[in-house]
Write a protein that binds this ligand. Structure first.
Ligand code: 2M8
Length: 423
């Protein structure tokens, strides 16, 4: 296998962020195990160390709740460099965790790791994959029961942190209804590590913590949270990732699953894909979220509108339209598809999820483009991301107008994305 120019550096970042079988996103700013970061990192590891890739997923499942939810943060070891820590979440799992979840990239990662294990003849692979497959299936059941109780075929987020796109303009209207009052004292640590102008605003944090207070008061019970939630958005990015992971679990079930599991996964897949397909808006050339509190579409343009490419086979008209829309977002940009397009009034090229380019988001978009037959565009986008990383370093994210590296540095998922996209 040929090495990329900065492959050694990428591997060194994963080694440096290793805390004993799990990888922190970056030192100090994010000192614990994050759910979807670890799934992307496991795919990165699967390219050169399959045992370590399995360990990443296995350590994440140490945080899995009895009801099946895989939390967004697992607090394996204490650290005082992040807020909110385990005391604020007040969950009762045996390993301290947060009380919310994150995009279900886990199933996608498991398929990658299993296939790498088969290709390299790794001993014990079948048993390890089977155990993780069961964990993934339990989490998918949780998703559909807890987060689609009304059977829309779409899963909802109850907190912006669940989306992974914390302060996306997609949440502005829905989040404005959430009070800024908190019973928890807010002691932000992030702005001590990174310039405050690149981070969510204080008012966003007040609302984020109001939601944590509300759900903690529900005892983290899914039915009570669903009833009490002042923020509830059926999210196409989340649903698409879950649908794609379901397809990847179906693939694994062909050799590792029971007939009942195969049938169950197939039903889940049909339900999610039908829900997603209903969110296509031909006048916008993308998919849109649904605000379940107001009952209205959220038309704000963000990267989420393209993520259903990873789960759906689009028809010719949709494919042509979405490719043209992605090209419009790329026009004048230095690298990759931005999280908010420059023509949007909400665009801020340096402020977290309100404009910057994220390597893992472009990874998903390129994967979806490829599945839908747009190999050339996928390759072109991947090359711009790889070049941005080679010139600016393994940063958390990039200014799409200049390619400047921003946020935390020596970032694990950027290192993983570099190895995968550069191939
Ligand atoms: C960011 O989110 C965390 C909360 O989960 C934060 O800002 O404190 C997001 O970029 C999220 O997508 C990511 O998983 C996490 C760790 O990289 O950081």
């Amino acid at each position: 296998m040929t090495m990329l120019p900065r492959e050694e550096a990428a591997r060194a970042i994963l080694a440096r962020n290793d805390r004993g079988g799990y990888t922190v996103p970056t030192d100090r700013l994010y000192p614990f195990q994050w759910n979807w970061d670890s799934a992307f990192v496991a795919i990165g590891f699967s390219l050169f160390d399959v045992d370590r890739a399995y360990r990443e997923l296995e350590r994440l499942t140490e945080g899995q709740w009895d009801d099946g939810m895989i939390p967004h943060i697992v607090f394996h070891a204490p650290s005082d460099t992040y807020f909110p820590g385990p005391d604020v979440w007040g969950t009762r799992h045996r390993v301290p965790t947060s009380g919310i979840t994150q995009p279900a990239v886990f199933g996608m990662a498991l398929r990658h790791v299993h296939e790498a294990a088969l290709a390299t003849g790794t001993a014990g692979a079948t048993e390890r994959t089977k155990a993780l497959f069961k964990a993934a299936l339990r989490s998918h059941r949780w998703w559909l029961n807890a987060r689609d109780p009304e059977g829309l075929g779409l899963v909802s987020i109850l907190h912006p942190w669940e989306s992974g796109s914390d302060n996306s303009p997609a949440w502005d209207e829905a989040l404005a209804r959430v009070p800024t009052t908190t019973t928890t004292t807010i002691r932000r640590k992030d702005t001590g590590h990174v310039d405050a102008s690149m981070r969510p605003r204080d008012e966003d944090y007040q609302r984020f913590i109001h939601l944590v207070d509300t759900y903690r008061d529900c005892g983290w019970n899914p039915e009570r949270q669903w009833a009490a939630a002042p923020f509830k958005v059926a999210d196409v990015q989340m649903t698409a990732i879950l649908a794609r992971s379901t397809a990847d679990l179906m693939h694994l079930a062909e050799t590792l699953g029971t007939d009942e599991e195969k049938a169950e996964l197939s039903r889940m897949h049909d339900r999610l894909r039908a829900g997603l397909a209903r969110r296509w808006r031909p006048d916008l050339s993308r998919f849109v979220n649904l605000d379940l509190i107001s009952g209205r579409d959220i038309e704000t343009p963000t990267q989420a509108g393209f993520i259903p490419l990873v789960a759906l086979a689009l028809d010719d008209g949709q494919r042509t339209a979405i490719v043209a829309e992605i090209e419009r977002w790329l026009a004048g940009m230095f690298a990759g598809v931005p999280s908010t397009p420059s023509f949007s009034p909400a665009f801020e090229p340096k402020r977290y999820w309100r404009g910057p380019v994220w390597a893992v988001i472009n990874w998903l978009i390129c994967d979806g483009l490829r599945l839908n037959g747009s190999e050339d565009l996928a390759r072109r986008i991947e090359q711009t991301i790889v070049q941005a990383i080679e010139s600016a370093g393994f940063c958390e994210y990039f200014d799409p107008t200049t390619g400047e590296g921003l946020g935390g540095d020596t970032f694990s998922w950027t290192a993983a994305a570099y190895m995968v996209l550069g191939r």
